[in-house]
Design a protein around this ligand. Structure first.
Ligand SMILES: [Zn+2]
Length: 62
């Protein structure tokens, strides 16, 4: 078990050494950009579904 822990720990240390702060910042920026893109792409669809739901429920909004 101690050997396995050492191996995992060694891999983490190796990955940490190979990832430069610039690479980590790039990865983080990519994740944030993807999150914002998903938010902006999904928002109109959510709005439309809620709009259709309101009309289906007999609520007039326009
Ligand atoms: Zn409407």
């Amino acid at each position: 078990m101690a050997t396995a822990n050492n191996t995992v720990h060694g891999r983490i240390e190796q990955a940490r050494a190979e990832l430069t702060p610039a690479q980590m910042a790039t990865g983080l920026a990519l994740v944030v950009a993807l999150g914002f893109a998903l938010l902006f792409v999904q928002e109109p669809m959510v709005h439309d579904s809620m709009h259709n739901f309101r009309h289906a429920a007999g609520v007039t909004c326009h």
